[in-house]
Design a protein around this ligand. Structure first.
Ligand SMILES: NC(=O)c1ccc[n+]([C@@H]2O[C@H](COP(=O)([O-])OP(=O)(O)OC[C@H]3O[C@@H](n4cnc5c(N)ncnc54)[C@H](O)[C@@H]3O)[C@@H](O)[C@H]2O)c1
Ligand SMILES: [Zn+2]
Length: 441
């Protein structure tokens, strides 16, 4: 049995927080539904103290904001987007349209068609998350989505130049300075000034993630990508400084970011606990990181690697940093997670900002049923079928006719029967199934 050297808030308290968030989101979305732009305006004033003439930026405003960036800042953004595009393009190239002849005259296929309009949410409450624009906007543009709209909250009272530049360079067609529930609500429901989209993507705080969840069905969503989570799987091949740094590096995202160490080394576990306390004295973002660590930090001591693997798959953390004497073994055996970061040379912030994999990843155990955002999420795989010979129309029609009757679907059966009569010359009486012909005949 794994031993907890430190535990986070109990599940019951986490569930109470979730229930409060659900109620706030439900009421807010109903308000946007009822009052459209007027509600959006009130919410932006209330939560972000932001009351511009228009939330949508004009091309002149976008150009002026981009001009505020230094050449180095602009080059860095372009470098990151190039990495994200390159990997997304390789993934896109792996997705093929197919067409096969499954038996003579029977053609089956599928086509990958881009979602026709997407709303990308780029978080910006606590930090202006420039990188989130690469992950959603640039990836949508690799998928050739014809309408990409992007929303982000104001940063210190005005649009953040780096975020807006990343959205624009990523390929956004419309940019709005709008945050939180009002942004995702407006994009999905539509208002007098914003045409609704077909799908919402991108990470956000608990309110944003819950709003997307509630809007699912009305529009598509990429996945449940809420407050950041991180897990470090380590044995005594690494030291406490690197483990503590990796835990706090992601705990700084907000007040509710779980950071969990899973190890088979009591020495490493104890030293990491001490090291976290030491770093929390000097980390400039300790105000948030220390609260996340207090409420959601965990240190789990396991007997061996098999137990570490079981614990890790059960938690299904968003980010899993593996630093052991058998990193490839974890790659082979981990089944539930957002993304893996293998070996001490890499780290989660590489994935967050620059390396090219997508940082919009599943949280709250969503890694049990989905991976993160990727170019494939912007593509819909649609099937089609075609019968090109009379023989195939008759053969499939006869089987189809009988299988419809097996379920009592007489009208369905007649769709087959009319083909069997017309293309096969076989007389199937109206309202009956086709006669059974043995394969040997
Ligand atoms: N899962 C992922 O892939 C992933 C990736 C990056 C970031 N994240 C997460 O994104 C989140 C970003 O959060 P953030 O808050 O900094 O920015 P955000 O843009 O998600 O949210 C800011 C908005 O929240 C709204 N808001 C704030 N307090 C509110 C309240 N009490 N009621 C209703 N609405 C309220 C405001 O409208 C504000 O515009 C972090 O939790 C981070 O961990 C997740
Ligand atoms: Zn991060």
């Amino acid at each position: 049995m794994a031993e907890y050297l430190k535990r986070g808030k109990p599940e019951t308290e986490r569930a109470e927080d979730d229930a409060k968030t659900r109620a706030v989101v439900e009421a807010t979305l109903a308000d946007i539904e009822a009052r459209g732009d007027a509600a959006v305006r009130d919410l932006a004033a209330k939560f972000d103290n932001y009351t511009p003439e228009s939330f949508r930026l004009t091309q002149d405003e976008i150009d002026a904001l981009i001009a505020e960036l230094s050449p180095c800042e602009l080059a860095d953004i372009k470098f990151a987007q190039e990495q994200v595009r390159n990997f997304a393009q390789a993934q896109r190239d792996s997705m093929l349209d197919i067409e096969v002849e499954t038996m003579p005259g029977v053609i089956l296929g599928h086509k990958n068609i881009p979602v026709q309009s997407v709303g990308c949410y780029v978080p910006g409450g606590k930090f202006p998350m420039v990188a989130s624009a690469h992950m959603s906007v640039a990836t949508a543009s690799v998928a050739e989505v014809p309408r990409i709209i992007a929303c982000t909250p104001p940063w210190q009272g005005k649009p953040n130049p780096a975020v807006i530049a990343a959205m624009h360079l990523g390929g956004a067609h419309e940019i709005y300075v709008l945050g939180g529930i009002q942004a995702v609500g407006a994009m999905a429901i539509g208002t007098e000034t914003i045409d609704p989209v077909h799908m919402l993507v991108g990470p956000g705080n608990a309110f944003v993630a819950e709003a997307k969840r509630q809007l699912f069905g009305r529009v598509g969503i990429d996945l449940f990508a809420g407050p950041t989570e991180t897990m470090v799987i380590a044995d005594d091949t690494v030291d406490a400084e690197i483990c503590a740094t990796d835990l706090l590096g992601q705990a700084e995202h907000g007040y509710n970011s779980p950071a969990v160490l899973v190890t088979n080394s009591r020495k490493l576990a104890e030293e990491t606990l001490k090291e976290v306390d030491r770093l929390l004295e000097i980390l400039p973002t300790r105000d948030t990181a220390s609260v996340s660590w207090r409420d959601y930090g965990e240190v789990i001591l396991c007997a061996d690697h098999d137990e570490m693997l079981a614990v890790a798959n059960d938690i299904a953390s968003e980010h899993v940093q593996v630093m052991t004497d058998r990193d490839d073994w974890y790659l082979e055996h981990m089944t539930c997670y957002g993304a893996l970061f293998l070996g001490a040379r890499t780290n989660v912030s590489n994935g967050d900002k620059v390396i090219g994999t997508n940082h919009t990843l599943p949280t709250k155990k969503a890694g049990r049923y989905t991976g993160g955002l990727w170019v494939g999420k912007f593509l819909k795989t649609h099937s089609y079928q075609q019968i090109t010979t009379d023989e195939a129309a008759t053969l499939i029609g006869e089987y189809g006719s009988r299988l419809c009757m097996l379920e009592g679907f007489v009208g369905h059966a007649e769709q087959c029967n009319v083909r069997v009569r017309r293309y096969g010359g076989v007389n199937v009486p109206y309202g009956q199934g086709a006669p059974y012909r043995d394969a040997a005949e």
